[in-house]
Design a protein around this ligand. Structure first.
Ligand code: CA
Ligand code: CA
Length: 389
């Protein structure tokens, strides 16, 4: 490598370092609101909808009807720290208003109050956090409504700590239907963005995943194929039978939907009630993110059968549940038992018995090697879990 090219590389590296430092220093001033979903109490006409205040275009605007109060809000998509709000008013400005934040769009915290504004461009420094940011106008500055060219929210995005593990990947999945064998429900949980689940073309439909244990759920991400769900609920359950709705979408637009939650459950279900197209429901991926470890131990075992050992004291374990190999029934014969000082195994309760307190005892006399080979009838995989200890 020539000196000249080394110098060029160094210049590029220094340039990158400079960019990185600048980005870090100004992280608190990131524009968070542009292009995010917006909603308002009213709009004067179809061309002045709420989203026009968040489109980054100083030539388009939101305008409310001509009455007090009015509000406009934006959904940042996740809780963020908020450092500044900039309002670019049209002539129809708000004279008195509050800037409010919320984590759920239901309970609002006022972080700034303006009681005698003059319109124009207002830059408001705040120290706040929230997912939703709202301007609540209480007194108009003119006979018209409230009209904003732009409503900019700046801050530093605060990723939910540790909300990164996709607990649904590779877990058992079922659905109300599948369009074909190659688009089964497991395809929505395989971590492959090129494979998908697709339902039949009817409402309603559902798809669910078993996380294996109760988990704290901080986020669900839906990556819709063109056949998206317009109306659906996200539901959780502890038992796969009783469901709790933790999120409702009534007018979705498909694409990738990120839904922040504070939920708990072992089973997570999307219950689709209205399709967004003439096709079914189709998901490339359905992620269920958790913030940490399981709230209970993962249940890696499936209970095949149980024996509660609840017979009377000094009786043998149930012959319906257990095989008692005695004499020389054990494969290989008695000569292979222990040290050679063998007493032929017998079915005596002195060898194996219940104690009347739901426990089975296996007696083994080291001097005489009295033993019974006690095996479960129906446990080919030896994945036996006693129901009583
Ligand atoms: Ca605009
Ligand atoms: Ca997939």
């Amino acid at each position: 490598m020539s000196k000249r090219s080394i110098a060029a590389v160094l210049a590029v590296l220094l340039g990158l370092a400079g960019v990185a430092v600048t980005t870090a220093a100004s992280a608190a001033d990131t524009l968070l609101s542009q292009g995010k979903p917006a909603l308002a109490s009213s709009q004067e006409g179809a061309d002045v909808s709420a989203d026009k205040a968040f489109d980054g275009d100083a030539g388009t605007r939101w305008s409310s009807q001509f009455a007090d109060p009015q509000w406009i809000r934006v959904d940042l998509g996740a809780t963020a720290s908020i450092s500044r709000v900039v309002l670019q008013w049209e002539g129809a400005f708000g004279k008195a208003y509050q800037i409010q934040t919320s984590t759920d769009a239901a309970t609002w915290t006022t972080v700034h109050t303006q009681s005698n504004g003059a319109g124009g461009t207002e830059t408001i420094d705040v120290t706040a956090s929230g997912r939703y940011v709202r301007l609540l106008g209480t007194a108009r500055g003119s006979g018209y409504g409230y009209s904003l060219y732009e409503f900019k929210v700046y801050g530093g995005s605060t990723p939910t700590a540790g909300c990164t593990e996709n607990a649904a990947q590779g877990r058992p999945a079922t659905a109300s239907s599948s369009e074909g064998a190659d688009v089964g429900p497991e395809k929505a949980f395989d971590g492959n963005a090129a494979t998908r689940w697709s339902s039949q073309f009817a409402d309603p439909q559902w798809i669910r995943v078993d996380l294996g244990a109760s988990r704290s759920i901080c986020r669900v991400t839906l990556q819709w194929e063109g056949a998206f769900g317009k109306a659906y609920q996200i539901q959780t359950s502890a038992d796969g039978a009783t469901w709790t709705t933790v999120h409702t979408q009534s007018n979705g637009a498909g694409g990738t939907e990120t839904i922040d939650l504070s939920a708990t459950g072992r089973y997570v279900r999307l219950n689709g009630t209205a399709r967004g197209s003439g096709y079914g429901y189709s998901l490339w991926e359905f992620q269920v993110l958790t913030g940490g470890g399981p709230t209970t131990e993962p249940d890696e075992f499936s209970t095949i059968w149980t024996d509660t050992f609840d017979g009377p004291a000094n009786t043998s374990p149930s012959a319906a549940n257990w095989i008692r190999r005695t004499g020389t029934q054990y494969p290989g014969g008695a000569a292979n038992w222990g040290t050679g000082s063998v007493e032929t195994a017998s079915d005596s309760t002195a060898n194996v018995s219940l104690d009347g307190t739901r426990q089975a005892h296996h007696q083994s006399d080291p001097r005489r090697r009295r033993e019974v080979d006690l095996r479960a009838h129906r446990d080919p995989a030896h994945r036996l879990r006693p129901a009583a200890r």
